[in-house]
Design a protein around this ligand. Structure first.
Ligand code: GLN
Length: 278
């Protein structure tokens, strides 16, 4: 076992920080031996030829900065397990804060909720799991993402109505909602230079990027949908680009939303907006 650990540390030294390597080491070993890290150490498991080959190939992928969540095909969101691959964004901690905000602000049962651009299904599934008797719907324009969201809904035993919808084109108007939530693409093309390779080379660009001159394109569209599909006094929640806080607030106020409130994430960046349909 010590040999395998030394090999992992040595191979990744020039690519990741010490604490990242410790985390990766644990994940790799647990994945390969299918036992806890602790057991692997105590039993001093010696890798078979096959296991060694698997380790080498995983290390190569990590050296190319492929996110560990895609390699393992699993990510955790709000304490729940999600299958992920390159067709969906890896759920982010900021988005957990958005879910937490919605749960705190909406404790009443039987709410109808719509998640637009659900991706892996993270927001919709966490809400389905933790809101009392809510009716949850979720849309995405990518059928590859929707397949994954459906799989994740099953994995987490939630009942969600998924639909293939491209909001820029057309959308169903047969249902009204108490809450509409979205974490749409919001990273501007000009911000690409600051994006890490693990994100840029692997995560779906259609879920991340918007043109600089139309940075709020999805917010504009989704706000209009909310005007049409929210019940009176329904609420709209967005995750936002931290540099677009005030612009998003103004956009929503101009459309007639009330109590438009900006919230910061744990890093104190403007990250969420809540608005009420008067
Ligand atoms: N927060 C994500 C990132 O920084 C972006 C998510 C999004 O565009 N909705 O990569």
């Amino acid at each position: 076992m010590q040999q395998a650990i030394a090999y992992i540390k040595e191979s990744l030294r020039d690519y990741y920080s010490g604490s990242e390597i410790s985390g990766l080491c644990r994940i790799l070993i647990e994945y390969i031996v299918d036992e806890s890290y602790f057991n692997a150490l105590v039993k001093d498991i010696i890798f078979s030829e096959d296991q060694r080959a698997i380790l080498v190939s995983l290390i190569e992928r990590l050296k190319a900065y492929e996110p560990i969540q895609y390699i393992m095909e699993e990510a955790e969101f709000f304490g729940l397990p999600f299958f992920v691959n390159c067709n969906v964004l890896i759920p982010r901690p900021e988005t957990e804060e958005l879910v937490e905000l919605i749960l705190n602000e909406n404790p009443q049962p039987n709410l109808q909720v719509l998640d637009i651009g659900t991706g892996s299904g993270a927001i919709a599934i966490a809400l389905a799991k933790y809101m009392k008797e809510a009716g949850i719907a979720a849309w995405d324009f990518s059928y590859k993402a929707l397949d994954i969201a459906v799989l994740n809904s099953k994995k987490n035993n939630t009942d969600i109505s998924f639909r293939l919808v491209d909001v820029v084109k057309d959308y169903p108007t047969d249902r009204k909602y108490d809450i509409i939530v979205s974490n749409p693409p919001y990273v501007m093309e000009s911000e690409k230079v600051a994006i890490e390779r693990n994100v840029l080379d692997y995560e779906p660009h259609s879920a991340l990027f918007v043109p600089d001159d139309k940075a709020l394109l999805f917010y504009d569209k989704i706000a209009d949908i909310a005007l049409e599909l929210l019940h009176p006094s329904g609420k709209l929640y967005f995750e936002i680009n931290q540099v677009k806080g005030q612009d998003t607030v103004r956009l929503l106020q101009d459309k007639g939303f009330k109590d438009v409130t900006l919230f910061q994430d744990l890093n104190m960046n403007d990250r969420m907006v809540q608005a009420v349909l008067a």
